[in-house]
Ligand binder design. Structure first.
Ligand SMILES: Cc1cc2nc3c(=O)[nH]c(=O)nc-3n(C[C@H](O)[C@H](O)[C@H](O)COP(=O)(O)OP(=O)(O)OC[C@H]3O[C@@H](n4cnc5c(N)ncnc54)[C@H](O)[C@@H]3O)c2cc1C
Length: 287
């Protein structure tokens, strides 16, 4: 590996001012689980690495009434998975974090790193899009909030500028009458990234009538794919087995999946149908 200058700021203010000076030549490193692989494979060649490891101010999980959960960008995926607060407020999201890779990866990898990497075959992004989550960023120019549906731009591409740090994930509360599910289908090993991930969020009246349905697939294309028709198909109705089958079929017909080593486009299209139906069934059963 070439010589790289490692910077380890001790505050967010210091980190953003270092990035402001030399953002284009600098790569941020958090847990390093993705970045070190990119370096070893010569996919990137930064002259400076800016480590976030001393920024303890980005390690917190809080809940704020009217806002929802606030998760610091440097919280590890394992901490998020095991957080009693996160498990209480967003049970499905906690278990989604628990489906990332294996324990070794989850111990080192951070929530901010997972989102900033923007690998198409990831678990948390599609669940977070379904939950209408957003991220907060910080640079020397100030702070921004970006909805996750706007954050992912393409393969390994996000709305982050080179001098911006993802500081916080904000997940709004779902409210009464809402249920969610995330399921992951792997085609190679149990610890692999998803061949298809599927998130479902169902909002219902007390009598069971559906007021909204969100279905978002992960790993089928470069960014999470939401089936925008789902809400219109379900609204005002009870989610019967037949209706769920129809919605899953319509999603599968619409989606144009990519092909990779985990599955062909044709195969993924079939899997989307099964996974969409199962995710709705799991969400409505309240598992
Ligand atoms: C063996 C293995 C299995 C995996 N399996 C899965 C899986 O099943 N599901 C899944 O979802 N993921 C999986 N992953 C991916 C893993 O979740 C990511 O590698 C990890 O979340 C990245 O986090 P990190 O903190 O290590 O980021 P790093 O590797 O440190 O950084 C990743 C990228 O994000 C940038 N970055 C990091 N933090 C910030 C920040 N706060 N602000 C701005 N930019 C930032 C870095 O510059 C870099 O470009 C797997 C990874 C491995 C190695």
């Amino acid at each position: 590996m070439p010589n790289i200058n490692l910077l380890r700021p001790t505050s967010l203010d210091e980190a953003v001012s270092l990035l402001a000076k030399d953002g284009d030549q600098t790569k941020i490193i958090a847990g390093g689980t993705a970045l070190v692989i990119m370096l070893k494979n010569h996919l990137i060649a930064p002259s400076v690495l800016l480590s976030l490891d001393r920024l303890s101010e980005l390690r917190y999980i809080r809940h704020e009434a009217g806002v929802g959960l606030r998760v610091g960008g440097l919280v590890s995926i394992r901490e998020a998975e095991n957080s009693p607060l996160l498990r209480e407020k967003q049970t499905t999201l906690a278990s989604t974090f628990g489906k990332v890779g294996n324990v070794r990866v989850r111990n080192a990898a951070t929530v901010g790193g997972n989102l900033s990497e923007a690998d198409y075959a990831s678990d948390p992004p599609c669940m977070l899009v379904a939950l209408r989550a957003k991220v907060k960023t910080r640079s020397a120019r100030g702070e921004r909030e970006i909805s996750l549906s706007e954050f992912f731009k393409g393969f390994y591409e996000t709305a982050l500028a080179p001098d911006e740090i993802l500081t916080e994930l904000i997940v709004p509360d779902l409210g009464p009458g809402s249920r969610s599910a995330y399921i992951k289908y792997v085609s190679r090993s149990s610890e692999d990234r998803p061949c298809v991930g599927m998130a479902a969020v169902v909002l219902t009246e007390p009598d069971g009538t559906c007021t909204d349905l969100r279905l978002v697939a992960g790993a089928v294309s470069e960014i999470p794919q939401e089936f925008k028709e789902a809400g219109a198909m379900a609204r005002g109705q009870c989610l019967t087995d037949q209706l769920m089958e129809d919605i899953a079929g319509a999603f599968s017909a619409e989606v144009e999946p990519l092909s990779d080593l985990r599955g062909s486009s044709w195969y993924r299209k079939k899997i989307v149908r099964v996974m969409a139906r199962r995710a709705m069934q799991q969400a409505t059963a309240g598992e």
